[in-house]
Design a protein around this ligand. Structure first.
Ligand code: SF4
Length: 274
């Protein structure tokens, strides 16, 4: 059996930047895990003393705090600034963009619709910048109280699926007076999704390597499953099961934006042994 990696996979620009900042700021604290990959978080803790703290209230005044790629709610940021914490902002610019759009379009009187998971930290952060009514939806059927005279701004969580976003955009265009659509799905996500779509059409089995909590990893798996029913998501090589590969000729490999190369290499090496 052969293995083949997707054209684009793994670490994105935002995650690379966040890890570099963590490595440059030894003993800093991150608000929540820096990225969705526990093994990389563990490495940063062991090699660079980077701690994780989820409770903003527990952060001491003179500490250095790294804001993770997903960003944090506006009030939390304000609280940290008020306490004179040394802030190292690793919020990905692709996340800052929807935050700014929400702030500006709210001021202009647009109702905001966000295509995303309401419990995802990135979405919670983005919502905090809306000062006009805001809805977070995953399906067009969830959109409530839209009137034909409504002025709507639509944005997306950065790691969401493009075709689903277009479905929601089309629905709004058909039903509202004015719709402003901002494509806030990040390039890295888009490229990784397009690459796995192509790979899944030629492979007999697809392995997606990534954190179980990672939104972009879940999207990669969903896309892979559309074209290759034998697609599996694993966090590391220990989760591989030999029987998955029985009778298969080509194994495609991709990885979420928070998956370091050393984990992907370990996975590929074990698959080759099979
Ligand atoms: S997946 Fe996109 S939005 Fe998220 S950190 Fe990477 S580049 Fe930024």
């Amino acid at each position: 059996m052969q293995t083949k990696r997707a054209n684009k996979y793994g670490f994105c620009f935002g995650v690379k930047r966040a890890i570099k900042l963590a490595e440059q700021n030894k003993n800093a604290t991150t608000i929540g895990p820096l990225i969705h990959n526990q093994k990389e978080i563990d490495r940063l803790k062991v090699d660079f003393g980077v701690n994780v703290e989820t409770n903003i209230g527990a952060i001491e005044g003179d500490s250095s705090v790294i804001i993770r790629t997903h960003g944090i709610p506006k009030n939390d940021l304000k609280e940290l600034k008020n306490r004179n914490v040394n802030i190292i902002d690793a919020t990905c610019p692709f996340v800052t963009k929807p935050q700014k759009i929400c702030e500006e379009m709210s001021k202009e009187g647009y109702e905001i619709i966000i295509f995303g998971d309401e419990n995802h930290p990135e979405v919670k952060g983005v919502v905090s910048y809306c000062t006009s009514p805001c809805q977070v939806v995953l399906e067009k059927e969830q959109i409530k109280n839209i009137h034909t005279h409504s002025k709507i701004t639509l944005i997306s969580q950065t790691t969401k699926n493009v075709s689903k976003f277009l479905e929601i955009a089309n629905y709004l265009i058909e039903n509202c007076y004015e719709v402003r659509i901002f494509n806030t799905i990040c390039n890295a996500t888009f490229e990784n999704q397009e690459s796995v779509k192509i790979l899944a059409q030629e492979a007999d089995i697809i392995i997606v390597v990534g954190g179980k909590q990672s939104s972009n990893t879940k999207q990669l798996l969903n896309i892979a499953l559309q074209y290759c029913k034998d697609s599996y998501c694993i966090e590391d090589e220990k989760e591989l099961q030999k029987e998955w590969f029985s009778g298969k000729k080509l194994c495609g490999i991709t990885a979420g934006a928070s998956t370091p190369n050393w984990i992907i290499d370990n996975v590929e090496n074990i698959i080759k042994e099979f």
